[in-house]
Design a protein around this ligand. Structure first.
Ligand SMILES: [Zn+2]
Ligand SMILES: [Zn+2]
Length: 258
């Protein structure tokens, strides 16, 4: 029994280390590439394509990087827990598509995003309570002008609570590993887009009957400037229903609103 426990702990540590490597490299590669593409004077995509904004401060970016590496340790721990639980047969994760069919792959993917968005909205709103904000969420708000580097900069307890969503969901919802993996990629890309600090897509996209339900860079930028609005992650659904969407919000407004 003791021997088995030791082997499990050993595997947990090895997986933790491996996930930390993957998560941290993913952060630096994706955020670094986006930074180069959007802010670098060499590529100059930012100034050609985007609205005027103060250049990002390296001091704040460095702080965001430090916090993101710390988050990497916590997210990696959550990833290792999921992996061990799967290997021991405790989760609803599955590998054979034929088990639930192709249709379930897409349905479960949408359900996963909606559940995560709901979890994030209420958790995020709670973290903005004056009693919790300083300890649990102020790290993410160091940057009033977010950059891609802010996308995974969270205080450690917030990172753990966010990561626990994935630890818990695999015990509740049957998910193919491709669905889970795709959701993690979508989450990464969406988080980076939400923190660009300027709008990437044309305003007509968000005026569209379908597009208006999606959160974009400018929507989240409002949250970094006005803490009491725009708590969602992917969709505007909860912000609209619960009255936390800025009533004056208009996708045509310039990014340097105050
Ligand atoms: Zn916030
Ligand atoms: Zn943010």
């Amino acid at each position: 029994m003791q021997q088995k426990l030791f082997l499990i702990l050993n595997e947990l540590c090895l997986n933790w280390l491996a996930f930390f490597g993957i998560i941290t490299s993913r952060y630096f590669v994706i955020c670094g590439a986006t930074h180069l593409l959007c802010y670098s004077k060499v590529v100059n995509f930012y100034t050609n394509f985007c609205l005027p904004q103060k250049p990002p401060s390296w001091k704040i970016i460095k702080k965001d990087m430090e916090l993101s590496v710390l988050c990497g340790i916590i997210f990696a721990f959550c990833g290792a827990l999921v992996f061990i639980a799967y290997r021991l047969g405790f989760t609803f994760l599955y590998t054979s598509i034929s088990k639930y069919g192709f249709w379930y792959l897409s349905i479960s993917f949408v359900i996963l995003l909606i559940l995560q968005d709901t979890y994030f909205y209420f958790m995020h709103r709670l973290f903005h309570h004056p009693l919790l904000f300083k300890k649990l969420h102020s790290g993410h708000h160091r940057s009033k002008e977010p950059t891609p580097w802010t996308s995974f900069a969270f205080d450690p307890i917030e990172a753990l609570i966010q990561g626990m969503f994935f630890v818990c969901i695999v015990f509740v919802l049957p998910l193919h590993y491709i669905t889970l993996f795709t959701a993690l990629i979508v989450m990464t890309i969406w988080a980076v887009f939400n923190h660009l600090g300027f709008e990437f897509f044309p305003s007509s996209f968000y005026s569209h009957w379908l597009g208006q339900w999606f959160i974009g860079s400018k929507h989240h930028l409002v949250h970094h400037r006005k803490y009491t609005l725009h708590y969602g992650l992917y969709f505007t659904f909860w912000d609209k229903i619960l009255g936390t969407q800025d009533p004056n919000y208009n996708h045509n407004i310039p990014s340097n609103i105050n």
